[in-house]
Design a protein around this ligand. Structure first.
Ligand code: SF4
Length: 336
């Protein structure tokens, strides 16, 4: 498969496709209720890319070297018939890996259908096992038990591996990390701790609220000895560790304290067809206008190639005291 590289020599390998800007949670670090309240105007259906438009773009991205697609949101399982889209993507020639990130709230209902549609694996966000802490972080009073049930349904449906994403915010859940490790050790599920990030402009991010990856690993290691592991592939986001006693693997995603822009191969497509070349981008490229025009595939392909070749994003490496104020796209628009 031909590849296209950006100005830092990074090939285009991963595409994250957001299928909705809506979510049934209001996680304080992503979609604070004060901003995304009852009066918030989410994208109207006509502005969303149709499944056919998403497939056309996905096929073109694969032509440019994309091997892995991650379906995201908002919460992707609130998009109607999302399993139909999964089935359409799963059969695209040249795609090696298809996964999805969810808050797990609807997995009890969707796991079997997603697996039958061709989804191989899944990532589920669960920030704590402590019900009060979790409810405070999702801010919609959603109980831990229902997400755990969803994870069990996903396991029973044959989705594997299952990764459990935990955003760690100081003063919120850092005291419950060892409980998470204790609960998921030996299950085969992979816990991934994520440093709290200054995504978008609405979560009130402060560096003081970040629990550095080194501290997270030290906390777990004090309870359960860890050993570092090699990355599965170049550009893998998480730093991997295994339990010395063989009880499984964990990861840590350290965008703030150990940036990994040097081999970032990710592009992001929003549900209304904007292409973003970085999680912290301030502007996107309008692909929806292209797919709704008379442009031929070759013209769109040329445009995509031109965008990626000119890419120079490395926000996390350049993050300073000033950058958090940039008018960055909201994570709920493009997925994590
Ligand atoms: S900050 Fe941007 S360039 Fe750096 S790793 Fe994240 S998405 Fe990639």
């Amino acid at each position: 498969m031909p590849t296209v590289s950006d100005t830092l020599g990074r090939p285009l390998r991963d595409l994250r496709i957001s299928v909705t800007d809506r979510c049934n949670f209001r996680c304080t670090y992503c979609m604070p209720k004060e901003v995304f309240g009852r009066d918030f105007h989410f994208l109207p259906a006509r502005d969303l890319l149709s499944f056919e438009e998403i497939i056309r773009l996905a096929r073109l991205f694969i032509t440019l070297g994309v091997e892995k697609i991650r379906i995201t949101g908002g919460e992707p399982l609130v998009r109607r018939d999302v399993e139909t889209l999964v089935a359409m993507i799963a059969t695209l020639p040249g795609l090696h890996d298809l996964t999805l990130t969810t808050n797990g709230s609807l997995l009890w209902r969707k796991a079997q259908a997603l697996r039958a549609a061709g989804l191989q694996r899944i990532s589920v966000s669960l920030d704590s096992l402590d019900d009060a802490v979790f409810k405070a972080m999702n801010d919609v009073d959603f109980p831990v038990a229902l997400v755990l049930d969803g994870i069990e349904q996903a396991r029973a449906a044959g989705l594997h591996p299952i990764k459990i994403n935990v955003v760690v915010k100081r003063g919120m859940n850092e005291h419950t990390l060892v409980d998470m490790a204790r609960h998921f050790r030996g299950t085969g599920h992979i816990l991934r701790f994520i440093e709290y990030m200054d995504v978008g402009t609405t979560n009130g991010w402060r560096l003081a609220d970040v629990v550095p990856a080194a501290e997270i690993i030290a906390t777990i290691n004090a309870a359960f000895a860890l050993e570092p592991l090699e990355p599965n592939y170049p550009g893998e986001v998480a730093r991997r560790y295994r339990y010395a006693d063989g009880a499984g693997e964990i990861g840590v995603i350290a965008s703030v304290t150990q940036p990994f822009c040097g081999d970032c191969t990710r592009a992001r497509l929003s549900s209304d067809g904007q292409l973003y070349t970085c999680l912290f981008a301030t502007a996107g490229h309008d692909l929806r206008a292209l797919v709704r025009s008379t442009a031929a595939d070759d013209d769109i392909l040329e445009g995509l190639e031109r965008i990626w070749r000119r890419r120079e994003d490395r926000y996390s490496q350049l993050r300073t005291a000033l950058t958090p104020d940039l008018s960055k796209v909201e994570m709920s628009r493009i997925g994590g």
